[in-house]
Design a protein. Structure first.
Length: 192
């Protein structure tokens, strides 16, 4: 049976650990992109004088777009791991197919060649230096990080669900039985 409260230790630990993993990878790529030879600081491509109508294009946004697309998907997959009251992820065929299609799309977005419409559609930048050198190796570097992030997220959730939840429930049951025994002791007639 699902927990009766959202303030259940393993749930909070799970969300906290997942947040820490996701933030760590985002921070790493945010800082790493600025050290690349093709990097140029963010620039404004807007044509309006109003700040809310202007568009800013940056390599930071581009790399975070690639990384977070996979993080959202992997978080959905990893949070679907749970105790026996949840079915396996592939039993919901529409959800499972949509996740597969999203993974395919996100992978294509990472590896699409420069000067394709996808860059203007999502306001992202290709990894090309000002002299025209294309940095495909950085795409592979991003993808390896995405795979590592996905494995860590899934493994952390699996460990939390299987180990921490079990230990938490055993501790909780022990306390409940102890309180029950104490209550029963107070209700039993005392020998005179």
């Amino acid at each position: 049976m699902p927990t009766d409260t959202l303030f259940y230790g393993p749930v909070l630990i799970s969300v906290g650990v997942s947040t820490l993993i996701q933030f760590s990878f985002q921070f790493f790529y945010y800082m790493n992109i600025q050290k690349q030879p093709f990097y140029i600081p963010p620039y404004n491509i807007g044509k309006s004088d109003k700040l809310q109508d202007q568009k800013y294009v940056s390599y930071e946004d581009t790399v975070l777009f690639y990384v977070t697309n996979f993080q959202y998907i992997m978080t959905c997959v990893s949070f679907s791991i749970s105790k026996p009251f949840r079915k396996q992820i592939w039993t919901n065929s529409r959800y499972f197919v949509s996740l597969i299609l999203l993974v395919i799309f996100a992978t294509v977005a990472v590896f699409v060649p420069p000067n394709t419409p996808i860059y203007s559609l999502f306001t992202t930048l290709p990894f090309v230096s000002q002299n025209g050198d294309v940095f495909y190796d950085y795409r592979y570097f991003i993808f390896v990080g995405i795979l590592l992030n996905s494995i860590l997220t899934y493994a952390a959730e699996k460990i939390i669900i299987e180990k921490v939840t079990k230990a938490w429930d055993v501790r909780k049951d022990k306390k409940r039985y102890q309180k029950f025994d104490e209550l029963m002791d107070t209700l039993r007639p005392q020998p005179t």
